[in-house]
Design a protein around this ligand. Structure first.
Ligand SMILES: [Zn+2]
Length: 234
């Protein structure tokens, strides 16, 4: 028995030697082949309870603003921890494959927790085309495809259109942000979304203004759920 265990382990070790996996946050080696974070980063990641608790701060943020079926972020945003490194790499360092890995992980957690089971279509929050061309990709789109792949539903990255390039949001108050993004999105009439359950996806939830503006241009008979990679102030 001991021998066979040893041989399995050494086979794994051999595989690891030839196909080492590296942590998506820090590039350290990942000990187990089925994980994407090293142990240190894993310990720094704060998963939310949103998928199991419907009275959560994500859904509460939209109370009185719009009717949400379900809302969930995967992680709490914490400065100087692994999530900051992950988001920085994903958003600013061109590491777009990270988004697919995270989207896949999030969707597996959704399924495990019986969340979003009747979602028909996944739609990312769009980026203005000029910004997307400059960056090379829209991170919400990459995440949305990662989620849709595992949920086995369609992802429609062109269903919503960002109509104007608005000024940087970072120094604005919540009221100013809401005003600024309220009219920033339109719907692409080529997509028929009537009566569908739409899962809107974005990278980080801060004030909710952007997701709210997107939800407001969807047909009124749509059911709306929302998912973001993280929740909190950047
Ligand atoms: Zn790491």
């Amino acid at each position: 028995m001991k021998n066979s265990l040893l041989s399995v382990n050494s086979f794994r070790g051999l595989l690891h030697l030839f196909f080492p996996k590296i942590c998506i946050a820090c590039d350290d080696e990942v000990p187990m082949r089925n994980n994407v974070y090293c142990l240190e980063c894993q310990q720094e990641l704060y998963y939310t309870d949103h998928l199991v608790n419907s009275d959560n701060e994500f859904e509460r943020m939209f109370y009185g603003r719009l009717k949400l079926e379900q809302g969930a972020a995967m992680f709490y945003y914490r400065k100087k921890t692994a999530i900051q490194k992950i988001i920085h790499r994903f958003n600013y360092s061109g590491a777009k494959e990270i988004g697919k890995i995270l989207g896949n992980e999030f969707a597996h957690l959704m399924i495990e927790n019986d969340w979003g089971g009747d979602v028909d279509v996944v739609i990312p929050v769009p980026m203005h085309w000029r910004k997307e061309r400059k960056r090379g990709y829209n991170q919400a789109t990459i995440l949305a495809f990662g989620i849709a792949e595992v949920l086995k539903v369609k992802c429609l990255p062109e269903a919503l259109v960002k109509a104007e390039a608005n000024e940087s949001q970072t120094k604005k108050s919540r009221a100013e942000r809401v005003e600024n993004v309220k009219t920033a999105f339109t719907i692409n009439v080529n997509h028929k979304l009537d009566k569908l359950h739409v899962l809107l996806v974005d990278d980080v939830l801060t004030t909710g203004a952007t997701l709210e503006a997107c939800a407001n241009v969807l047909p009124q008979n749509c059911k709306i759920s929302m998912a973001t990679l993280a929740i909190g102030r950047l």
